[in-house]
Write a protein that binds this ligand. Sequence first.
Ligand code: 86X
Length: 514
Amino acid sequence: MSSGKGGGGGGGGKGGAGGGKKKEVKKETKLGMAYKKDDNFGEWYSEVVVNSEMIEYYDISGCYILRPWAMEIWEFLKEFFDAEIKKLKLKPYYFPLFVTENVLQKEKDHIEGFAPEVAWVTKSGKSDLEAPIAIRPTSETVMYPYFSKWIRSHRDLPLRCNQWCNVVRWEFSNPTPFIRSREFLWQEGHTAFATKEEADEEVLQILELYRKIYEEFLAVPVSKGRKSEMEKFAGGLYTTSVEAFIPNTGRGVQGATSHCLGQNFAKMFDITFENDKGSRSMVWQNSWAYTTRSIGVMVMTHGDDKGLVLPPRVAPLQVIVIPVPYKDVDTTAIVNECKKTVETLEKAGIRADLDTRENYSPGWKYSHWEMKGVPLRIEIGPKDMANNQARVVRRDNGAKADIPTADLVEKVNGLLDEVQKNLFETAKQKRDACLKVVNTWDEFIVALNDKKLILAPWCDEEEVEKDVKARTKGDLGAAKTLCTPFEQPDLPEGTTCFASGKPAKKWSFWGRSY
Ligand code: 86X
């Protein structure tokens, strides 16, 4: 291992920066992964995110340093999503990080359950603040008083705000980089409309963008669907989500949510407009978000025993070029050929770089860039130079091909597309292989213990979901609904609920989740 993780959730165990150790001569260290994905998934995951240089552990549990290898991926997602929502007339905003207790409490009904997660600032220097100030866990209560002020007439609608920011939720259950951290990055969209129809339409437009982020950028298959009454955002009318599945742990993971808030917040915050008949109506609102969790889901989905595997569309580097010098052969000529190759690729819009470090062997570099998940590696040695070709190696399946220099750009572009497609198809096959349709409680329990993604006919009663939770609780956490997929199989007359035996109303996904 090139660098250990900083020791469990505690982080920073290695002393972090500036430890006055004696100067070490940098030499080749043993590279590679100590844990295998199928043997110890949790340790494997920590090792991948650290060794690939996405994450550095920090000395506050649940907080992580996001390094360029992670931030550049976030920037690609952000670039896509921001351009798409601007087409939908969303405007950028930035609201403050801090919120007074009074304002946060304004919405006490749904805050109540979350209260233990709110972080507070109580001092400046040594003196107590007059009143503690909360750090935003989400921005409804920060924003909506101003919605009330800004919205006067139907001409002020729709109001469509988006902000890119950090939020803090002081979670107590086991922190995991990207997946569950106490501070994370997200976008939060908050919109207000005159009619429910407009709000409904936007909920699905945004959900489709979330599907694209997962499926078309991160190559992670997701299901679109609606959350149960128990699992929806309590402050809203209904919640839709994209749900992913991690075969290794048999857990579902919520990828992003798009809520229709109905008029609940309009009531609470007095957000009304003068309608065209001259009287006042309450607005219809939505809110929606996706977070840096998406990066973690991608790592879990594609990573392997050699480390990270990146889909080309989000890879900070798509091609790494490595010179393969030979004894008694002119190294400079090889390095120059590598430089030329990188230039050619970059000119064609491909993200490429070369690794000319002299204190590392080609073999070490192969492992290093495999660990970092770069989709394609190009090796150039004397034989390749003589034949006017380059050896190209795929990260996703290890396939090798010798490609004539003249065809390189075209072939590399083709391979990048293939890798992107293959990662998605492979992930989809693996997920689909975990799908289990069950009809009875006994089948359900077998499938749950078998780490399956369960699709079951359900009566859609809250009491029954509560009961399923109670009957399945244990060390691994209880089973719950993930979502009711929009894509519904046939539900024949007379189908009964797997848990209650009552008439089934719908097919829903069930499982343990992150
Ligand atoms: C729910 C709802 C909603 C805007 C989204 O999912 C999309 C973007 N917000 C967020 N939620 C909370 O309201 C919440 C509130 C407090 Cl005080 C907290 F500590 C944690 C929370 N977590 C989630």
